[in-house]
Design a binder for this molecule. Sequence first.
Ligand code: LLP
Length: 422
Amino acid sequence: MNHFGYQDGTLSAEDVSLATLAERVGTPFYCYSRATLERHYKVFAGALPKDSLVAFSVKANGNLAVLKTLALLGAGADVVSGGELAKALAAGIPAAKIVFSGVGKTREEMHQALTAGIYQFNVESEQELLALDEVARELNKRAPITLRINPDVDAKTHAKITTGTAETKFGIPFAHARAAYVQAAALRNVEIVGIDVHIGSQLTELEPFEAAFTKVAELARTLRLDGHSITRLDLGGGLGVPYENNNMPPPDPVAYGKVVARATEGLGCRLVFEPGRLIAANAGVLVSKVLYVKRGDAKTFLILDAGMNDLIRPAMYEAHHEIVAVTEPVPGVERVTYDVVGPVCETSDLFAAARALPELKSGDLVAILSAGAYGATMSSTYNARPPAPEVLVSGAEWAIVRPRLRHDDLIAQDKLPGWLSK
Ligand code: LLP
């Protein structure tokens, strides 16, 4: 459930009209709802064993205000870079609730995370293990680690966001796991604390989770017999969200919680989760203005002032996002079929093909829904377009939580070499 809906004929985020925000902030802009973020976090955390760590995956939405909102509810963070680690700490997430994932952590990032004192490193290769041991030795510390295991389970999601099959770069192959743990146990500056798994994103079925978690639980028992101390299981993120109104919705957190409980029963491990999309996707929308309506020979194009640089998911994953008019359509009004596109000079700058919408004209506002995860974080300045600003709403209050950059800000990022600046 989310807190976006029509109020007095205008789409609102909680008690704030998106039309009012568009006037005040300009378009395009991202708008997040605090109540929705909080609700999603609570529903998810509430479906899991009480002492679990829910580490929000910062890559889904890294806005400091979003992170702080979640931090105040007790969330930890799943980070994949030194930049995300710095942001999570800046938002007030304690280091003791931060896990560091990713296949390519640099020694500098390991140094930064060890100095901060994070909860655990999810190590993804034997070479990374050796590097971490060395960096920890230099700092005279022991790095708490899990090994991320690739269980070779198909998540049945989009190929570009599948991570748990043998073809992907992620994790240590299941068959090598025991040997990798033996190797880790021989290192003095790492401390084995558990096992990590993450098989993909936007999972719409529970079976792949169940298969992966069951394999991990079996591995935990085997590793204990091998003499390792396995006290934590990090089960990753990945639970999908509804993007389409008319679709079968993905399983809810309660059903997911039951799968978790069944698979991990009797192990006595502390569980860690890394949800991103589930918390943030439907807590955000991208509001954009119709610039032009162009009637081509074959199609009618709705040209928006938001582009693929603002929201790349449709271009990159053929992702579906609902698009709605900010002014509430009259019930039963006739629909027009549009290709909804942005201004970027690429054919892939297409938000939706052949989408039936109420008739729209230049100056009308639309909201692209479910844009709170992997929206702003994946945006770019392609075509020298300043990224869309971000607004957070709380009840009837709102605040700009990332201002719009000016062209001068973008220009200032480049530097002329001496021979060109005379
Ligand atoms: N943990 C790890 C190790 C991950 O790699 C990811 C996502 C997550 C947690 C969070 O997964 P979530 O709960 O959000 O599904 N840009 C793509 C999604 C990429 C996901 C990458 N990893 C998209 O827009 O669909």
